[in-house]
Design a protein around this ligand. Structure first.
Ligand SMILES: Nc1ncnc2c1ncn2[C@@H]1O[C@H](COP(=O)(O)OP(=O)(O)OP(=O)(O)O)[C@@H](O)[C@H]1O
Length: 341
């Protein structure tokens, strides 16, 4: 089932000061059966977008379509979408089975049928052994799985996930990422997953919708968002390290730290041009170990440049060197608007 948001506007009135445009003309589509990850910094409007799809926020303008149905004016319960929240709000006095099956009973499914279905869903999420426990007797990851089970028991065509993994520790988050991905593949549901963590978004999204200040600035596959960021903001937000941006008279030039190579420049030469290469001279300000790699900060005339270097030969703080990269690896952005050129 496709989810399509068109021209969505939403402002919150602050008690004092200017209203906040949480959504500023947002148009975005999650295709049937895909996992669309909405990613952006804190306050960019991700939760508002998700809540608007769920029907928990009313839009000032614009529409939400689920499949062929315009659900803009429908109550949350009538939209045919399930939602999982960040804090996995479970009923504390109900067992795991009770929490997962609550909606089923409410929708009139029989007791034994519900029990069977609950067991099936719980099994598929690896919590089959925990059905008699209370939420207080679960770990954070287990609670998240219960929340997921509760959402998918209805076999929803559309499932909305609001930072479901953000409260988990790094290790568990990694495992749960895989499980969310598997769950989506198995159920074939359309999923819209919100996160502020670009690494998580890159890892599980079929496509990413990158938000900035209430706008969707790019929608594309993780590979393409990384390789061809639509704006300088996306270039810095998406990727293991922010893209280096060099500003000057002309367009802003960008180069990924992974593409920068460092060369000795003990003489401190400034202008040494080789065909096909761009580069600058600088001094090593810091060297930070990152497993097999190191991230080197190079101070140059125009600011600081990051370089990710592999291998054992690492520069030392204070070294004079030359940072170079293939001219073809350079990105260009409009100096004023930040748009990719
Ligand atoms: N109920 C509200 N009243 C007033 N302002 C709000 C309300 N909800 C959200 N906002 C504002 O709207 C903007 C978008 O908020 P939203 O929660 O959608 O962002 P987000 O991208 O999900 O952020 P986060 O990653 O921090 O959850 C923010 O500036 C926020 O302060």
């Amino acid at each position: 089932m496709t989810v399509r948001v068109t021209g969505a506007q939403k402002s919150y009135r602050a008690r004092r000061g200017e209203p906040v445009h949480a959504l500023d003309d947002v148009t975005v589509e999650a295709r049937a059966g895909e996992l669309l990850t909405v990613v952006g910094p804190s306050g960019s409007g991700k939760s508002t977008l998700l809540r608007a799809i769920a029907g928990l926020e009313t839009l000032d303008a614009g529409s939400v379509m689920v499949g062929d149905v315009d659900v803009t004016a429908l109550a949350p319960g009538r939209r045919g979408v399930a939602m999982v929240f960040q804090d996995a709000a479970l009923y504390p006095h109900l067992s795991v089975a009770g929490n997962i099956g609550l909606g089923e009973r409410a929708r009139g499914r029989g007791r034994s049928q519900t029990r069977e279905r609950v067991a099936e869903v719980a099994e598929s999420l690896g919590i089959g052994e925990l059905l008699d426990r209370l939420p207080s007797q679960l770990s954070g990851g287990e609670r998240q799985r219960v929340a997921l089970a509760r959402a998918v028991i209805r076999a929803p065509k559309v499932c909305l996930l609001d930072e479901p993994l953000s409260s988990l520790d790094a290790d568990l988050r990694l495992r749960m990422r895989g499980e969310v991905r598997d769950l989506q593949r198995r159920t074939g549901a359309t999923m819209v997953h919100v996160t502020h963590d670009q690494a998580e978004a890159m890892a599980i999204g079929d496509r990413l919708a990158v938000m900035q200040a209430g706008r969707v600035v790019q929608v594309d596959t993780p590979e393409r968002v990384f390789a061809e960021p639509a704006t300088s903001f996306v270039a810095r937000f998406v990727g293991p390290l922010p893209m280096n941006l060099l500003t000057g008279d002309g367009p802003t030039r960008g180069v990924r730290p992974e593409r920068v190579r460092l060369r000795d420049n003990a003489a401190g030469d400034v202008d040494q041009v080789e065909p096909g290469l761009s580069g600058l001279a600088g001094v090593v300000e810091s060297v930070e170990s990152a497993g097999e790699d190191a991230v080197v900060r190079v101070r140059h005339a125009g600011g600081v440049l990051l370089a990710r270097v592999t291998g054992t030969s690492r520069p030392s703080v204070g070294d004079q060197l030359r940072a170079v990269w293939d001219a073809g690896d350079e990105h260009r952005f409009d100096r004023d608007t930040g748009e990719r050129l």
